[in-house]
Write a protein that binds this ligand. Structure first.
Ligand code: SAM
Length: 321
């Protein structure tokens, strides 16, 4: 996929603080991987990094990159300059799609003050969103929406904080991180074996989850909190108070662990990773492995991640071993 970054030119920290912050937030939410700002601004860096830390994603921010340095470094990239003097976006779609399938990274250039002429000359495309003066935030949002063909609305941001959409009211859910999970286990006075099991499951889950497309925070929370529910099913109530997403996943994991025919239990990738780790962790009580079931065939790749090869005595279930 083409990497998209935004370059913000002419940022004046006092005057443009709010608008540049919103340019960055819009870029992040609509699928760009980072913003580069010409003027150094540590406060801006801190506030964007805080949003990324809370709400997730890999969005980067770099400030203090002069226009000269930026243009020098972007020679191998496509540059789309947002300007009211450019070609209307409806007439630019063919070129935009060409740029997106060129295999080169893309930088979208937005100004805050008068943009020098060489930017118009060096851009792959000067594009306008109406030929009227408008806000760079709205111009960027519309360009990114056209570039992404609406796919930005299904992007996932696996952060600690998750907005729960609702018709009325406001709800933000908190997915507890590793240290908060340990605190919860402590508050619930779990025995030392449960702590050990939590740490074992989490460590194995992380080996699998790192590097594959999944919600790593959810994997951590489910791994660490599974022993809480295994210890006493009633503890699910306290999990619900922390996060309904985690509670629902842990219930499905517990069900899958106790279900003979696991292949028929619909699980997300994150839940499968935790089920696998819970079954493979040394503290696991289960003796009977159903090696032949479809459920375990899916776990072949996890064996590779964890053990580097299939562990002794574990068949793939497809008769190859
Ligand atoms: N005050 C500045 C000046 O005098 O040049 C312009 C401010 S303008 C709001 C800031 C940026 O918004 C422009 O550099 C451009 O990137 C973007 N912009 C404004 N109107 C636009 C339009 N109709 N289409 C695309 N981008 C636009």
């Amino acid at each position: 996929m083409t990497d998209i970054k935004v370059y913000r030119y002419g940022h004046r920290p006092m005057r443009d603080k709010r608008v540049t912050t919103h340019v960055a937030l819009t870029a992040r939410a609509f699928g760009a991987s980072g913003i580069i700002v010409d003027t150094g601004d540590e406060q801006l860096e801190r506030s964007i990094s805080k949003v990324v830390n809370d709400f997730g994603g890999d969005f980067s921010i770099e400030t203090g990159v002069s226009l000269f340095k930026f243009l020098k470094n972007s020679k191998n990239m496509n540059l789309i300059h947002l300007t009211m003097y450019g070609i209307p976006i409806d007439q630019s779609m063919e070129k935009i799609d060409e740029i997106m399938s060129s295999g080169k990274n893309l930088v979208i250039f937005v100004g805050a003050e008068k943009v020098p002429g060489n930017v118009y000359a060096e851009s792959s495309l000067n594009v306008s969103v109406t030929s009227q003066p408008i806000s760079e935030i709205s111009a960027l949002a519309i360009l990114l929406d056209r570039i992404m063909h609406g796919k930005e609305f299904s992007l996932k941001f696996p952060g600690k904080l998750r907005v729960v959409p609702m018709e009325k009211g406001k709800k933000v859910e908190f997915i507890p991180d590793r240290s908060r999970c340990l605190e919860i286990l402590r508050e619930k006075r779990l025995p030392p074996e449960s702590f050990e099991r939590a740490v074992e499951i989490e460590s194995m889950s992380m080996k699998i989850a790192t590097g594959i497309d999944c919600d790593i925070n959810l994997v951590t929370a489910c791994s660490m909190l599974l022993p809480l529910v295994e210890n006493d099913y009633e503890n699910i109530k306290s999990l619900n108070e922390v996060s309904k997403t985690v509670a629902d996943s842990v219930i499905r994991i517990v069900n899958a662990l106790s279900h003979e025919d696991r292949g028929n239990v619909p699980l997300s990738t994150e839940e499968k990773i935790v089920v696998y780790s819970a079954l493979r962790s040394p503290g696991n009580q289960e003796e009977a492995w159903d090696h032949g079931s479809e459920f375990f065939m899916e776990f072949d790749f996890m064996d590779q991640e964890v053990y580097g090869q299939k562990p002794d005595g574990i068949g793939s279930g497809n008769g190859d071993d």
